[in-house]
Design a protein around this ligand. Sequence first.
Ligand code: NAP
Length: 293
Amino acid sequence: MKVGFVGLGHMGGAMAVNLKKAGHELTVYNRTRAKAERLGLKVANTPADAARDAEVVITMLADDDAVTEVVFGPSGLANTLRPGAIHLSMSTISVALSQQLAEEHSEHKQGYVAAPVFGRPQAAAEAKLFIVAAGEAGAVKKCEPLFAAMGQRTFPMGDVPVKANVVKLSGNFLIASVIETLGEALSLVRKYDVNPEKYVELLTSTLFAAPVYKTYADLIVKEQFEPAGFRLKLGLKDVRLAMAAAEAQAVPMPVASVIRDHALEGLANGMGDKDWSSLAQVVSNNAGLNGRS
Ligand code: NAP
């Protein structure tokens, strides 16, 4: 399939390479051109150029501002995407922007599928992402071979695109709450001189034997916050987006408010580009365990 791919960061770079490996014909664009050139793919000068001949154009960008610029900006892909071609939006973006994309693409007879992902850059590199997809059934079906090249399983959420976005945001809120509570629990046991490795082994081999606890407890105990798989800045963005979606439907999420403030505290202390597991370090610093998360 002819695929345009816009956004070759930690996630997008690996996803684009997997699409190419699966035999798709890729034209890629990245704001910082060097990141696109080192992948050995055909590089476009603008998002509009990446979308011009595409049957599907994928965006995997940092946030709402980036997606807005790349889609609706002067050299945005909405200008060139042909009627019937599909914008497959895989970034973690707001429910509000996803709704706007659905409406504007529909006005131009362009397809729109929201398909945010779960999984860190390593999962992206191994084509093991979990993909949450929603949009008009025919458009989602057309994207299935692309999902198969990038992920291990796709979870269809029906024909209303924003449903996929709200599922993704609620999931990231849950991951952030695991990091927060692991930070609190580890601070508590450390104050009593419990060995953190043994503590984590107990948890993750018994009641908490889930990937999210295993991955994040390991990063937190090893204080392996750099290089970041997912930056704290982006984690804060996602918690804010979950809170905005919640506010729009009058859903109180007090835990999200605590996490937002701790993430802000991390940013204020220069941790924005560290992995978001470093949220646990903010928590442990607050417990007087400076430098020990
Ligand atoms: P990243 O490494 O920071 O990459 C962000 C990408 O967005 C880069 O290609 C960047 O271009 C581009 N970008 C940022 N602002 C832009 C703008 N104004 N105009 C054009 N391009 C712009 O982020 P990532 O970790 O790959 O994450 C990408 C998306 O996936 C985010 O929505 C994130 O929430 C989501 N996600 C991430 C993970 C994870 O573990 N990393 C997991 C699941 C979902 P430059 O190269 O020029 O900066």
